[in-house]
Design a protein around this ligand. Structure first.
Ligand SMILES: Cc1ncc(COP(=O)(O)O)c(C=O)c1O
Length: 407
């Protein structure tokens, strides 16, 4: 009998080799105690977290925690049902109302995760005979949504309006088309040239969906993302987002002004065939979203942190993915997998947690350490992170400066 696990032998061998090198296991990091939005105890060590999606620092906000606690006491630990059966409580309706206000949109639908929101919209909006056109560096949930649906999938070169135009030109003019974009791409922290991409999509009568997972809260004058920053809110048909980043809990959503949008509640399988979010989660999300409507100070501080860290790393000679800080994500490009693992490990031993990423999560051939900032990081923490990068490079004998990755 064939062992169905044999196909994973390559990855098992790779992981064993990694562990033999003496590195800590990057897939088994455990936060033994979370002390705040920016600090945890890991492996007995006090650690600064600069690899979370807690961009706006909402996870320990007292009002957000109070909202969760009150809902927990009032409505119990879970809904035990789908949104379309017994799983819609008044708190689910309330968080959808908060999203409508936040985005100034007619409709909002909450899913149980952002992954499910992309899975649902990508697989349901387009069907047989339609085309779904995606950026090559799209998040896995967009790829999986395409794989689940019946539309033809067309990929275009990352952030290239020229390539998008070339691909759209080849498609039948009368066919239904959905162009799927992200405001900020999570691996490199680069912002999409949304104005150009949306103009191309619209010139071919395509609908446009923008995933603003990594920009909600702090990009755009009101934190509505790159779509808002670029003045495109009347041209983008659907915005996808998540509660698992700036909102500080878990859940996903889609907002739109399309008059038929609500029909998705009747046809979108990842919305219908899974349990709805617990009342404590949606109550905290609602509170957090309302606070994010008035979060100018946090937004400004997050930008300061991001710029300071970008400047500091660049000055030390690290190669960064973007020439300037474009978002709260700063990607440090390293020459190969081994150096990346050793650097990640040396940083953790020095009490700094960052994300390590490699293909297929990153574009082909790119190994990186991803730093994501939080509005609650202090200037002193940013300095400590910078000092630790210099020391960790020294620990592993990494010669700086590295080549300018952004050029
Ligand atoms: C661009 C993008 N979209 C969607 C998601 C999924 O979000 P969630 O964690 O809510 O499932 C992520 C998560 O990392 C993401 O980076």
């Amino acid at each position: 009998m064939a062992d169905l696990f044999d196909k994973f032998d390559g990855i098992i061998a790779e992981r064993n080799a990694l562990l033999k090198s003496g590195a800590l296991d990057p897939f088994k990091v455990t936060m033994d105690q979370v002390l705040s939005e920016t600090e945890a105890m890991i492996d007995g060590r006090h650690t600064i977290l600069v690899g979370t999606y807690n961009y706006m620092g909402m996870t320990f906000h007292p009002d957000v925690m109070d909202a969760a606690e009150e809902a927990l006491r009032a409505s119990g630990t879970g809904t035990t049902g789908s949104r379309v059966l017994n799983g819609t409580y008044s708190s689910h309706v309330a968080v959808e109302e908060a999203l409508k206000e936040f985005y100034g949109a007619e409709h909002a639908i909450v899913f149980s995760t952002g992954y499910l929101a992309n899975l649902g919209l990508c697989s349901t909006l387009t069907g047989k005979g339609d085309y779904i056109i995606i950026d090559a560096d799209s998040h896995a949930s967009i790829y999986d949504g395409c794989a689940m649906g019946n539309a033809d999938i067309v990929r275009f070169k990352h952030n290239s309006p020229e390539d998008l135009e070339k691909r759209l030109r080849r498609l039948p003019p009368e066919a239904g088309k959905l162009v799927v974009l992200e405001g900020v791409y999570s691996m490199l922290g680069d912002v999409a040239p949304l104005k150009e991409l949306v103009a191309v999509a619209k010139s071919f009568d395509a609908m446009v969906l923008v995933d603003e997972a990594h920009s909600m809260g702090f990009i755009g004058p009101s934190g509505r993302g790159v779509t808002e920053a670029e003045g495109l809110e009347d041209q983008v048909d659907f915005i996808i987002g998540t509660f698992s980043k700036s909102v500080g809990t878990v859940g996903g959503f889609a907002v739109s002004n399309h008059p038929k949008f609500e029909v998705l509640r009747l046809v979108c399988r990842p919305y219908m065939f899974t349990a709805s979010l617990p009342p404590s989660v949606v109550a905290s999300a609602e509170k957090s979203i309302r606070l994010l409507m008035h979060a100018d100070n946090r937004r400004a501080h997050l930008w300061e942190n991001s710029k300071a860290l970008h400047y500091g790393l660049r000055s030390q000679g690290f190669g960064l993915a973007t020439p300037e800080a474009e978002s709260a994500i700063i990607a440090v490009i390293l020459p190969d997998q081994e150096t990346t693992v050793r650097m990640w490990n040396a940083l953790l031993l020095r009490g700094i947690y960052v994300n390590m990423a490699r293909p297929p999560a990153t574009p082909a051939g790119i190994f990186l350490l991803r730093l994501s900032l939080c509005a609650s990081h202090t200037a002193e923490q940013v300095d400590t992170i910078l000092e630790a990068f210099a020391a960790a490079a020294n620990d592993i004998g990494l010669a700086l400066p590295l080549p300018e990755a952004a050029e």
